[in-house]
Design a protein around this ligand. Structure first.
Ligand code: AVI
Length: 328
């Protein structure tokens, strides 16, 4: 069955199981290094846990990015101009998005998100804050090209992708997404994108393994989701959250580590894990100036401006849709 959800279509089988989720989990758990794509961390519970993460003391990216948006708003207004339709990839946060919208006076706001309830709640919150602003939420997987509402299709667009979510993708996927965004947004569009910066390993590891255990809950929720939605029998109590820096690829990796050997089933398929074996659940890449520029250029975007917070922990980069040209 192909079930319409907002403007997006999610494939559900006759038992109401998300076919793509099942496929990703069954494929990922069959690999030598077990892995599940990080996008599945964000069901409603995971999205709420991520909101909680943004409040914990060790997790600096949200505060650093908010500081940039708060302190450098005038410069955004100048670089972006007024009257664009802001297309946000992921539901708007209650703090960051208003800071941007206040500064640039957009013509419309289009939040895109796959988590429908969360999307509608944040869209309603935004509408209440900006009563005159047309808000057109779209429940969609933004990894695929999205057809924008007719009302905003003809306007110049600003893509907004804060939070360094691009860092959660391996470079090949990140480039695919940047190219897809360019297709969704069109020729003369701009993109304002957050990218977290490389810094001291201990600061990075603490940000992804907080003392209160909120990030651990966020990670373990994926195993709970598998149990809930895919008829899984994973002993979640036997899994431990791990966050470690991979210097070769400049990324924090999150894993779920089996404390003791275990077997379990997911959607009728049996799996086993040895003690200390892990399921790799997330990458969070960190960037330097050159690596961020290279990534954007590979994705069809030309960086034109960048801002960092006062402690140089995080960057917001403004890019323009590159005009295809042959190399010099
Ligand atoms: C959403 N994303 C940018 C977060 C990050 O920092 O990579 C996800 C996250 N995972 C654990 N903590 C936060």
């Amino acid at each position: 069955m192909r079930k319409p959800q907002g403007l997006a279509l999610v494939d559900l089988d006759e038992d109401g199981v998300d076919v793509a989720f099942r496929k990703d989990v069954l494929t990922g758990l069959s690999e030598k290094q077990k892995a599940v794509p990080a996008r599945w961390l964000y069901d409603d519970a995971g999205s709420q846990l991520f909101e909680d993460i943004t409040q914990i003391p060790e997790y600096y990216p949200t505060r650093a990015e908010t500081e940039i948006l708060r302190d450098r708003g005038g410069e955004f207004a100048e670089a972006i101009g007024r009257g664009r339709a802001v297309v946000e990839f992921g539901s708007g946060s209650s703090v960051k998005t208003p800071l941007l919208l206040e500064q640039i006076e957009p013509a419309a706001y289009v939040p895109l998100d796959i988590a429908g309830d969360f999307l509608r709640a944040s869209a309603a919150e935004l509408s209440a804050k900006f009563p005159g602003l047309p808000v057109h939420p779209v429940e969609a997987d933004f990894m695929r090209r999205v057809e924008l509402h007719d009302e905003v299709a003809g306007m110049p667009h600003l893509g907004f992708f804060p939070g360094s979510t691009i860092g959660n993708m391996v470079p090949r996927t990140a480039v695919d997404l940047l190219r897809t965004m360019r297709e969704t947004l069109g020729e003369s569009s701009q993109l304002l994108i957050g990218m977290d910066l490389i810094k001291d390993q201990s600061v990075l590891e603490a940000a992804y393994d907080d003392a209160a255990g909120v990030t651990a809950e966020f990670n373990l929720n994926l195993a709970r989701r598998i149990n809930r939605e895919l008829n899984g029998t994973i002993d979640v109590g036997n899994l431990r959250h791990i966050a470690r820096w991979n210097d070769d690829f400049a990324r924090i990796e999150m894993h779920l580590e089996a404390q003791q050997a275990m077997t379990f089933a997911v959607a009728g398929t049996e799996f086993s894990m040895a003690a200390r074996e892990t399921i790799h659940t997330e990458n969070s890449h960190k960037f330097g100036r050159r690596s961020s520029n290279t990534l954007l250029l590979a994705g069809g975007w030309t960086p034109v401006d960048r801002w960092t917070d006062s402690q140089k922990r995080f960057s917001l980069i403004l890019a323009e849709a590159s005009i295809p040209r042959t190399a010099p």
